[in-house]
Ligand binder design. Structure first.
Ligand code: CA
Length: 233
């Protein structure tokens, strides 16, 4: 399940989007102004923001620019909505850092499809889709992990950690990035907590002989690899 913030000042449109998102299994927070949106996002980073361009006070465009210039929100997936369909607006929206852009009136089916596409690209762990890397399978719906027919037992934190790493295979994640993405940002946990859970994750993967997939990158962090050979280089 993913957390989505909808920033839209027209209550009828905001409600329509919220109903469709909830129906698709997302958790939705509504914000009617840029100020409210900032407040929500300062509190907790969502998986995606649907951002209306025309808002009372600060515009959605200015807000998107602001988020893109801040390290904490630089990668936040943003889909921009606008009443204006001109190409120049679209370019301005994308230049401000939106990942996608939709002109009103839009079909809710199209919005849902674009949300899935942006999440798949930028935050695949936020989708309830099963993932498989080198024979290791994880299903977020049934909470099952298996490899070659061997069911593996993982604790909840190890499950989230593996899900995130499988959604971004071969990429190196620092301990602080893993804390942000797996434990949630704004949590005050020591970085060595990550090491403890990585150790537990390897132990959980050991019965299927795939503990090696969790690779320690000295001085950088951890990655999930599908290629045992990469450990030798
Ligand atoms: Ca508006």
């Amino acid at each position: 399940m993913s957390k989505i913030v909808v920033v839209e000042d027209e209550p009828a449109i905001a409600e329509l989007i919220a109903i469709n998102l909830k129906h698709a299994g997302h958790e939705v927070t509504l914000a009617g102004t840029a100020e409210q949106a900032r407040f929500e996002i300062d509190g907790e980073l969502p998986d995606l923001v649907v951002l209306d361009w025309m808002l009372p006070g600060q515009s959605g465009l200015a807000l998107a620019r602001q988020w893109r210039s801040d390290v904490r929100t630089r990668e936040l997936p943003i889909i921009m909505l606008t009443a204006r369909g001109e190409e120049g607006d679209k370019i301005a929206g994308l230049d401000a850092g939106a990942d996608d852009y939709l002109a009103k009136p839009f079909s809710t089916n199209e919005l849902m499809a674009r949300i899935r596409a942006v999440l798949r690209r930028k935050a695949p762990q936020a989708l309830d889709e099963a993932v498989e890397v080198a024979g290791l399978k994880l299903d977020p719906v049934t909470h099952r992990v298996s490899h070659g027919g061997v069911e593996l037992r993982l604790g909840p934190t190890e499950f989230r950690l593996l899900h995130f790493m499988m959604a971004h295979p071969e990429r190196v994640h620092s301990r602080s990035q893993l804390l942000d993405k797996v434990w949630g940002d704004h949590v005050f946990i020591e970085e060595r907590t990550v090491d403890v859970h990585v150790k537990r994750l390897r132990e959980a993967l050991a019965p299927a002989q795939c503990a090696w997939m969790i690779d320690t990158v000295r001085g950088a962090g951890y990655r999930l690899t599908r290629n045992a050979g990469s450990l030798l280089t």
